[in-house]
Design a protein around this ligand. Structure first.
Ligand SMILES: [Zn+2]
Length: 364
């Protein structure tokens, strides 16, 4: 078990710790968490475009693991914000890899694309590509303490949850462990909460996409709630975003739904942050989870089922490259939707109609 130091949060630390690692540790990381090295390489190659913060340094197996956030674009609090996250579940590496691939393209384009430079100047873009670096290093869903970071928020489901998968308190030896009752959230989640307070909730509009994999045949975009089967206050805004996406990219096949259509769970981080944003009068905080449908990869390559990584990540090289390509458009769209939020957010009259649409789709 790792011993962690929540007090070593260093939000203004712009150093990356890569230069301090021994050759042996670099080899170890190359084998067990190559995503972190790839991210640090990008950070070193493009210092002119980004600001890097080490939100937290985690300790496990005598090693240090930085939890980086990368910020680009406007520092004006009047600018809207897009937050992109990956790697909350250590096994779901593909989410981190998709984000890093998108960031690489973005940084290269920023060198020559004046249109993109203008866009970025008008919004704040925050990326946390590897939210659970210890879990990723250990090749496990939970963090270094055996806690599932997305079952760890202090919020209980209003209804039946799937056995174990909905979150439980039996102990860290089983996946989906919520942590001890009445304990503080895990250090990663507390660091994220601080970032939310400082740089996300205080914006006029913020959109979040948190990348996961492992559920279902198709790629799905889920929005809260996970803890109850009732429509969220911003249901009309979610339907407007869904329709904007589907009208703009009619050939794409993401399923766009409330998470509660699939299952309820305890301790969902996005439920928690959404309610927190509401309590602070932040009227337009819209978190989404992208669940990449890994069962389709397994169907095409059934042997994948015999290794843990294969349940959550495409194993064949051509399929892996296709997954890295296939979500670039969605992330570009989210950037444009954030920047242009005033052009598609519904007015009062439209809100009524869109809420009715949501009711007939999901909440009969
Ligand atoms: Zn996940």
């Amino acid at each position: 078990m790792n011993n962690r130091e929540p007090d070593c949060i260093a939000t203004e630390n712009t150093q990356d710790s890569s230069s301090l690692r021994s050759a042996e540790l670099r080899r170890d990381f190359k084998q067990n968490i190559p995503e972190l090295l790839q991210l640090e390489r990008l950070i070193r190659q493009h210092p002119q475009h980004l600001r890097v913060h080490t939100e937290l340094t985690l300790h496990a197996r005598q090693h240090e693991f930085p939890l980086y956030s990368i910020t680009l674009g406007s520092v004006d609090t009047a600018a809207p914000t897009l937050l992109l996250m990956g790697g909350m579940h250590g096994l779901e590496r593909i989410g981190s890899q998709v984000l890093i691939a998108w960031l690489q393209t973005l940084l290269e384009r920023l060198n020559w694309d004046s249109y993109l430079q203008q866009q970025l100047a008008q919004l704040q873009l925050v990326l946390i590509p590897i939210f659970n670096p210890v879990g990723m290093y250990l090749n496990q869903r939970s963090n270094g303490n055996g806690v599932d970071l997305n079952r760890n928020a202090p919020i209980n489901a209003e209804g039946d949850v799937p056995l174990l998968g909905g979150g439980h308190r039996l102990g860290p030896f089983l996946p989906w462990y919520r942590g001890r009752k009445n304990a503080h959230m895990e250090a990663e989640n507390i660091a994220l909460e601080k970032l939310m307070q400082a740089r996300i909730f205080n914006r006029p509009f913020s959109l979040v996409v948190d990348l996961h994999s492992g559920f279902g045949m198709r790629d799905q975009l889920w929005f809260p709630y996970a803890y109850r089967k009732k429509p969220i206050h911003n249901i009309a805004e979610y339907v407007a975003l869904k329709m904007l996406w589907e009208r703009t990219y009619p050939n794409h096949t993401y399923v766009f739904e409330p998470q509660s259509v699939h299952y309820l769970s305890h301790g969902d981080l996005w439920d928690y942050f959404y309610l927190q944003a509401r309590a602070q009068q932040q009227t337009h905080f819209l978190p989404l989870t992208l669940e990449m449908g890994s069962w389709a990869w397994i169907k095409k390559h059934p042997r994948q089922v015999f290794n843990m990584a294969g349940l959550f990540n495409p194993q064949m090289q051509h399929r892996h490259a296709r997954v890295l390509r296939s979500h670039l458009l969605l992330l570009d769209f989210m950037l444009a939707a954030t920047l242009n939020y005033r052009n598609w957010l519904p007015d009062e009259k439209q809100r009524g109609i869109l809420s009715q649409t949501a009711n007939s789709l999901w909440f009969r």
